[in-house]
Design a protein around this ligand. Structure first.
Ligand code: BGC
Length: 351
């Protein structure tokens, strides 16, 4: 734990980014809060229900593994932490939530399948008197406002996806128009591969990556915009189609996450294209495989989606509720831009 925090600090410093250092401060602060709360109560008999929208999601796998190991570090018993796989089906997940309520869990941590179901979920969990920590898929603003208006023990832990989109776009801006505009038409010709369209992370990354380009005065041309649902195989097929349709005009492929960027890379290589030579490729998450690609030059860049900070904050928030301390209604975290300059440091930290 200490080692990880130190590494985050070093990586942040090496990226020479002020925002990169912020999660460290946040993490240290929340740690201090948690330690204070943890000494006050015995966590070993507290029952925790954790709902994950889909176990097979690469990023959520990192998230849930770190969540469990950190909760055990805090003093929870692993036997009392029950994880449920929503299998990307809201009806399945709603049943799992009902079961957790019937089992009388002390706290729930929920990564909703559909953020739009948050109101129904909140109502039944609050009714049962169980504190609730939403993670990763942010409910709508008016839903979040209800928690505060009613003083409910409900919060959301996550990063602001606008920042990740902006960072993706800035990586391309930093390359400069001349390096990117292979076909010489004066514009950045791109393909966008989106995550689940219901997910605000997907919406914001799609919008803000391109906004970073236009804000920098670059002209953009969207050749194709497709929904890959965060999935590698789907993205591979979509990018293969785009490349066969638009050929060498495709200058940049933006993917809302790294799983899809890895699929895009397979399609790019199959089409005989070479990343950073005749096409650029961007993802989000900083999965180890993607970081290795950035280091090798087979991916242009990614954005670290800090699953350490998010899972720790979620666990800390759960402890605060159990200790009767309460939480803010929104608990944020910063992304970190990743290019060849800092990919190795980030890889050392996450692996
Ligand atoms: C991650 C994706 C993941 C999604 C799940 C996003 O924040 O970047 O990789 O599939 O969360 O909701």
């Amino acid at each position: 734990m200490k080692k990880k925090v130190l590494s985050i600090l070093l990586a942040g410093a090496m990226a020479l980014s002020l925002t990169a250092a912020l999660p460290v401060m946040a993490e240290e602060e929340t740690e201090a809060t948690t330690e204070a709360a943890a000494v006050d109560i015995d966590l070993s008999d507290k029952k925790v229900g954790v709902c994950i929208y889909q176990f097979s999601d690469n990023f959520m796998t990192l998230f849930r593994e770190e969540l469990v190991s950190y909760m055990v570090e805090l003093g929870f018993s692993e036997d009392n932490i029950t994880l449920a796989d929503g299998a990307n089906d809201q009806a399945t997940q709603s049943q799992q939530i009902d079961n957790f309520i019937a089992d009388g869990v002390d706290v729930l941590i929920i990564n909703p399948v559909n953020s739009s179901s948050a109101q129904t979920i909140t109502d039944k969990v609050v009714e049962a008197g169980i504190p609730l920590v939403y993670i990763n898929r942010e409910p709508e603003a008016d839903e979040e406002a209800r928690w505060e208006e009613n003083g409910w023990d409900v919060t959301y832990v996550g990063c602001d996806a606008r920042q990740s989109g902006t960072y993706q776009g800035e990586i391309v801006v930093d390359l400069g128009l001349d390096a990117v505009d292979f076909n010489g038409n004066g514009a950045i010709d791109y393909v966008m591969i989106e995550g689940d369209p219901e997910n605000v992370d997907a919406e914001y990354r799609t919008e803000y990556s391109i906004a970073a380009l236009t804000d920098a005065g670059l002209e953009v041309n969207c050749l194709d915009d497709q929904v890959g649902n965060w999935d590698q195989v789907t993205a591979q097929q979509l990018v293969a189609n785009s490349l066969s349709q638009y050929g060498s005009d495709v200058e940049v492929v933006f993917c809302n996450n790294d799983a899809m960027a890895l699929g895009a890379l397979q399609a790019i290589e199959a089409a005989g294209r070479v990343v950073n030579e005749d096409i650029y490729l961007l993802g989000v998450d900083a999965l180890s495989e993607a970081l290795e690609d950035v280091i090798a030059g087979t991916m242009t860049g990614t954005v670290f989606n800090d699953h350490f900070s998010q899972s720790h904050s979620a666990a800390d928030a759960a402890v605060n509720y159990l200790a009767g301390v309460g939480n803010d209604y929104y608990i944020g975290c910063d992304y970190v831009k990743v290019t060849t300059e800092n990919a190795q440091e980030i890889l050392d930290m996450v692996s």
